[in-house]
Design a protein around this ligand. Structure first.
Ligand code: NHF
Length: 469
């Protein structure tokens, strides 16, 4: 089985969010299960090659906006695996992400497939999020025989651009749904086009796949998604067990594993972090972490902030690692500067401190309004840190309330507070129960093997003629 994986970010070369992690871990596991998978992405200026040698494999010309554009395909490999990664160089459109970057990148992928510039013909093009949303349309309307799968990592980001970008690709824009959809503004919605034209679509957890059919979570696309309902499924992401491992993680000071003094190991890491953050070093105060993008529409920053402001801070220590919207950075900075002994806010993302938070915290807050999958709760659980999370999307699918974490239903600071206090009460009064939950969480199987097998089933379905023709 040959699969071209089209994605706009890839760890460790270029990362913006969780998609970059998935783009590394999923191909790695598909490759281990025998799939010939290759990754293709733009060669932005910001891409870091980590001293890898790049090999030029082809130069070609694509017509964009009526003009000839020179594109060079370079090949590198994954850092620790022999998987080809193709990076596309074009100074005008691909160096720095702009409103034309994705339409141009999608056009390049199409040209490459059409002309077999890679001297390798995939059966399937696996697209990810709106950045690749035009590829299925380009393939379908030009009658290429490749099957397409679109994975939705986040429906809230849809990639809306003026119709000009479609014209520039040379596509007849009457093929786009926008013509029936928006009468005045006439913007093309890349994700919407992807959903309509891909042969199959999946979301990154079974619950999110159901949620996006509803008005509440459908981000304005629920009607369309319901129409396409028969081709939509959900597959829960995994996490990379090689790099997320408290037994070997170089970023933490005290190593531990589920069979190697987990409670003692976490205790030592907690003391270290409390000291580093200038908190009182004590095992009687719960240390509660948060790690995430500061995106207020999604991540529950408002209810978390309200809750922290309201509780008696003498009884808790919070460590918040996140960056994004400036207003929210300011709000948390303000809290941390007033309550230095009990609230720490770190605005610069750093792998080392992230690992230290996972290893040291007793609990991790994930109060998201919606969460397509969420990776941090799984990483936290692997490090024996119990998530306190909203019962939505992938959080619902990965946490069992009272067994390996805590869930709350309603999006409200009061419900978050109530469940957090319940968790802390158990933590204080019933150490056996908490220790049992920690072990349950650490034993949970979030390996990518399982998810990769599910993707292979979808690939097989795509290739079986009766299913998608
Ligand atoms: O885990 C990778 C990530 C998800 O919930 C996350 C999100 C973006 O919002 O699939 O994509």
């Amino acid at each position: 089985m040959k699969v071209l994986f089209a994605v706009w970010e890839l760890v460790p070369f270029f990362q913006v969010g969780g998609l970059g992690d998935v783009a590394k871990a999923l191909p790695k596991n598909l490759h281990r299960q025998g799939v010939d998978v290759r990754v293709i992405l733009p060669f932005y200026k910001a891409l870091k090659l980590h001293r890898l040698q790049k090999k030029e494999i082809k130069k070609f010309t694509a017509i964009y906006d009526g003009k000839k554009q020179k594109v060079t395909i370079f090949q590198i490999h994954f850092l620790d695996e022999n998987i080809p990664v193709y990076i596309l160089k074009n100074e005008k459109w691909l160096d720095i992400p702009s409103r034309d970057t994705f339409s141009f990148y999608n056009l390049c992928v199409y040209e490459i497939l059409k002309n077999n510039y890679l001297s390798w013909i995939p059966e399937i093009v696996h697209c990810h999020d709106h950045h690749t949303g035009l590829i299925p349309l380009l393939i379908k309307h030009n009658n290429l025989k490749f099957k397409t799968l679109l994975t939705i990592h986040n429906l809230n980001h849809q990639g809306k651009y003026s119709l000009d970008v479609i014209k520039r690709t040379g596509l007849d824009h009457s093929k786009c749904r926008v013509i029936q959809w928006e009468t005045k503004k006439k913007q093309v919605n890349f994700l919407l086009e992807g959903i309509i034209h891909a042969d199959l679509v999946n979301a990154v957890s079974p619950s999110y796949a159901k949620e996006i059919l509803t008005e509440e979570y459908g981000c304005g696309l629920d009607e369309i998604i319901r129409n396409e309902g028969q081709k939509i499924s959900g597959i829960l992401n995994g996490i990379d067990y090689d790099s997320r491992d408290p037994v070997h993680d170089k970023n933490i000071n005290y190593h531990y594993g589920v069979n190697d003094s987990p409670i003692q190991g976490k205790h030592l890491n907690k003391k270290f972090l409390q000291d580093k953050l200038g908190f009182t070093v004590s095992d009687d105060i719960p240390l509660i972490g948060f790690i995430g993008r500061f995106e207020s529409k999604q991540k529950g920053l408002d209810i978390m902030h309200k809750m922290i402001r309201r509780v008696n801070l003498q009884k808790f220590q919070f460590v918040i690692l996140g960056q994004g919207e400036i207003e929210w950075e300011d709000q948390f900075l303000w809290l941390a500067s007033f309550y230095k002994k009990n609230v720490a806010y770190i605005s610069v993302f750093d792998k080392k401190i992230a690992s230290q938070i996972y290893a040291a915290s007793d609990f991790l807050l994930v109060p998201s309004r919606f969460e397509p999958c969420g990776l941090i709760q799984m990483i936290a659980m692997r490090y024996g840190t119990l998530p306190i999370a909203r019962e939505t999307g992938g959080l619902k699918d990965s946490i069992i309330d009272g067994v390996d974490g805590f869930l709350f239903k309603k999006y409200s600071s009061f419900d978050l507070e109530m469940v957090m206090k319940k968790a802390v009460a158990i933590w204080k009064n019933d150490k056996n129960k908490i220790n049992e939950m920690i072990v349950n969480a650490m034993k949970k199987d979030f390996t990518w093997d399982k998810s990769a097998r599910e993707y292979i089933k979808l690939y097989n379905k795509l290739c079986s003629p009766s299913e998608t023709s």
